[in-house]
Design a protein around this ligand. Structure first.
Ligand SMILES: Cc1cc2nc3c(=O)[nH]c(=O)nc-3n(C[C@H](O)[C@H](O)[C@H](O)COP(=O)(O)O)c2cc1C
Length: 374
């Protein structure tokens, strides 16, 4: 449904990975190769996927992750996602590059909301965003650290999805062929807000010439552990580092005062040679057990995938594209439907596995590739 409603350029921006889509495919293959072992004759009628995350109860181990283009998928798509998350009783994460003001999404979306930070070339502009998110009252700050180097997405360049957007005969035709998106999303920004969708959570200096804006918005390849320590000093609530793929980095993040880490390869976007997060998860969990909460993402599409993550030690699982497809298809109702499908699958698979409490899943419920039960 999302594919039909969105222009090809925006659908590919959401759906694809980078370079040859190898990491994107590998995320799925790695999850598919892991098997779950059922235990039988346990009464599972009272099964419940609820967990407690950072001291707060939530109805399932899901979190909606930060995805910049939510506001391009649907008019005010970030608020639609926040509402769907609130209704489902799980947290929602606002992306730095959202098109609606963070305070507005917080007030109108409700529920538990986290704020995700990219560090721009102008570091101080990022620190201003940290202060703004702190004052707005977000419960957690998610510092994304795997995106300091621009992604190599050749299809985006071909499609004109660049900064600023390149208007070509091809993408004009693409847009005209998708009138529901043209009028229902783009047209609504222009009519209701009198401008095209734009970044509103980062203050771009007004005196900057148009050609200087791109440089200002480049992510910062000087980012280092000192910046994390600086953010820790400034952020009073839960601090999470997103984009960890090595156990030693998870330990460093905990040493710098992070409360949690997200084992992630950015849904296969950051590096096409990245390992699948599910494969490095057990090592990260072992490295920071008892010191930091471990969340995993990238490739989770089914309830059974979520249970595989939990069995291998994750405390919770982030969903990126699944709810993005939902919001692109039908706004809040579409995102809610995506979450309902996932939650129903989680409950179903818990029953199949003979598990009543989702936290009771262990390594014993999983068979890894090549492993035989002895
Ligand atoms: C289209 C798209 C945009 C994204 N934008 C952001 C972002 O702005 N900030 C961020 O930290 N992660 C971003 N991510 C990564 C997601 O937060 C998450 O790590 C990833 O989508 C999980 O993989 P999945 O899509 O397979 O569920 C984005 C992912 C996608 C697919």
């Amino acid at each position: 449904m999302a594919r039909r409603r969105l222009t090809k350029a925006i659908f590919q921006f959401i759906d694809r990975g980078s370079e040859d889509d190898i990491a994107l495919r590998h995320n799925r293959e790695a999850l598919e190769r892991i098997k779950l072992v059922s235990r039988v004759l346990n009464d599972t009628s009272g099964r419940d996927p609820a967990i407690i995350l950072f001291g707060k109860p939530q109805t399932s181990p899901l979190i909606i992750g930060p995805t910049g283009p939510a506001g391009y998928a649907w008019y005010r798509g970030e608020t639609a996602l926040a509402r769907a998350a609130a209704k489902a009783g799980i947290p929602f994460t606002i992306a730095s590059t959202s098109n609606t003001a963070m305070e507005d999404i917080l007030a109108n979306g409700g529920g538990t909301q986290w704020y995700q930070l990219y560090v721009w070339r102008d570091m101080e502009a990022s620190m201003v965003a940290v202060g703004r998110a702190r004052d707005a009252g977000f419960e957690a700050l998610v510092l994304t650290v795997d995106s300091t180097i621009p992604y190599n997405r050749e299809f985006d360049i071909r499609n004109g999805v660049t900064f600023p957007v390149r208007i070509t005969p091809r993408n004009v035709v693409d847009t005209l062929l998708h009138p529901r998106w043209l009028f229902g999303t783009l047209g609504r920004y222009v009519l209701a807000e009198r401008h095209m969708p734009r970044y509103v959570n980062i203050r771009i200096p007004e005196n900057l010439a148009a050609k200087e804006v791109r440089g200002f918005l480049m992510k910062n390849d000087t980012l280092n552990w000192d910046f994390l320590r600086r953010v820790r000093d400034m952020w009073p609530r839960t601090l999470i580092v997103k984009g960890i793929l090595h156990p030693d980095d998870a330990v460093m993040a905990a040493d710098c005062g992070a409360d949690g880490v997200i084992v992630s390869n950015h849904g296969g976007i950051a590096s096409d040679a990245a390992p699948a997060p599910i494969d490095v998860l057990p090592a990260v969990v072992a490295a920071v057990r008892g010191r930091a909460t471990v969340i995993v993402d990238s490739g989770f599409r089914r309830g059974s995938d979520v249970l595989k993550g939990m069995a291998l030690g994750a405390d919770a699982v982030i969903i990126g594209r699944a709810t993005l497809y939902g919001v692109a298809a039908a706004g809040e109702a579409g995102a809610s439907r995506a979450l309902e499908i996932l939650e129903a699958e989680i409950r179903r698979t818990m029953g199949v596995l003979g598990v009543t409490d989702i936290k009771s899943l262990t390594r014993d419920h999983v068979i890894l590739p090549g492993q035989v039960l002895a």
